[in-house]
Design a protein around this ligand. Structure first.
Ligand code: NAD
Ligand code: TDX
Length: 334
């Protein structure tokens, strides 16, 4: 089977490539990645001779057409993925998440190729802390940020291409991922590498916002489950019942790194900050038989801390620039 992985040099895509090579040696992988600031080519260096890595933009219709003509399945991870960046400048989010997805869909349509679309639970907006509800496949779309609205738009393009043109596509909407190779602009690796650098972790607002954490390997196993057994035209929510508030995550990181649990700062809140995400993944579990392997968040977090501690060469060269960018908007408030 020939698989085209867009965004395969980013966090989730690279973990997908590495795990697929380990577990499915017969799969031939081509990665299409623009190698933006979010990519770290070092992640794929150890497998460079086992994959084709094409540097290019998913919105480049000619390039995308030629690659899709020679593949059996497209797994579309490529995106601008960080909410804070989308608030500072949304333009690349519209380009990649909307125009880029459009170029892929048109090529997939021309060549009748199987397509799996990676998306996020953020398309559903947020829930109150005391709301017993969780997101399901039938929750109405209500995105809050430029990032989540462009992801929502890309999902809707896929749904329309399925209905109008009979595209052989599936969609998955997953909750917050953690694990190795995640860019240090994101919450968990930012705080881990802060503590490892002698800097205090930073919580937005009151720190009580809830995210539903899932290990990246569980996400990627679910993606393969959907590619192999998912029903064409359908959407599956991926989540591992991992709801935790941000303050608890920071306190756990501090404790695991032998620091006082209160050695963090509160900083200015993110504008429009979604309060809580929560996924009900019953459909994926009952219809397709998927189960998460990482059911102990503290153990998964501990392993992730070990990974960052053991791989300073992967993240240290980028730490100062990431923190300088945050420093332009962030103020300590307590
Ligand atoms: P990431 O930012 O770590 O990686 C994105 C990759 O896409 C990078 O390698 C980047 O170079 C590439 N890219 C960006 N623009 C491109 C373009 N125009 N053409 C080609 N490549 C381009 O993101 P991630 O966290 O790995 O997220 C991957 C996917 O999963 C995204 O679609 C995201 O919306 C989705 N998702 C992420 C999470 C999460 O918690 N990180 C949760 C649910 C869904
Ligand atoms: O320094 C920080 N302090 C802080 O309190 C950072 C970077 C974040 N936060 C908060 C904001 C969120 O409540 O932590 C939570 C997680 O923040 P992010 O890592 O930026 O993730 P989020 O905005 O929830 O979006 C993530 O999950 C869904 C991914 O970045 C998206 O790509 C994915 O779709």
């Amino acid at each position: 089977m020939r698989v085209l992985v867009t965004g395969g040099a980013g966090f989730i895509g690279a973990n997908f490539v590495l795990r697929t090579l380990q577990q499915r040696p017969d799969v031939q992988i081509t990665v299409l990645d623009k190698l933006t600031y979010a990519a770290n080519p070092a992640t794929l260096e150890p497998v460079a001779d086992r994959i084709d890595l094409v540097k290019g933009d998913i919105a480049d219709a000619d390039l995308v057409d030629s690659l899709i003509a020679a593949t059996d399945v497209v797994v579309h991870f490529a995106a601008e993925s960080h909410n804070d960046n989308s608030l500072a400048d949304p333009s690349s989010f519209v380009h990649t998440n909307l125009v880029g997805t459009f170029a892929l869909l048109e090529a997939v349509r021309r060549h009748d190729v199987r397509y799996h679309h990676i998306s996020t639970d953020e398309v559903y907006g947020d829930l109150d802390l005391d709301d017993p509800a969780r997101f399901t496949e039938s929750t109405a779309y209500n995105p809050s940020s430029p990032y989540s609205s462009t992801k929502a738009g890309s999902d809707l393009l896929v749904r329309a291409w399925v209905r109008s043109f009979g595209l052989r596509a599936t969609i998955s909407n997953c909750s917050n991922n953690y694990g190795p190779y995640q860019h240090i602009e994101k919450f968990i690796p930012r705080q881990i590498t802060n503590v490892l650098s002698g800097v205090r972790p930073r919580l937005y607002g009151d720190g009580l916002n809830v995210r539903d954490w899932i290990h990246v390997d569980d996400h990627n196993d679910a993606v393969w489950t959907i590619i192999e057994r998912g029903q064409i035209g359908e959407t599956y929510l991926i989540g591992a019942d991992g709801e935790v508030n941000n303050r608890t995550v920071v306190e756990t990181i501090l404790e695991l790194l032998d620091q006082p649990a209160d050695a963090f700062d509160f900083v200015t809140d993110r504008p429009g900050h979604d309060r809580r995400y929560a996924i009900d993944s019953t459909r994926l579990r009952t219809e397709l038989g998927w189960r998460p392997q990482y059911v102990d968040f503290r153990a998964g977090l501990s392993a992730t801390i070990d990974w960052y501690r053991d791989h300073p060469d992967w993240w240290q060269p980028h730490k100062q620039a990431v923190e300088q960018t945050y420093a332009t908007t962030e103020k300590v408030i307590g």
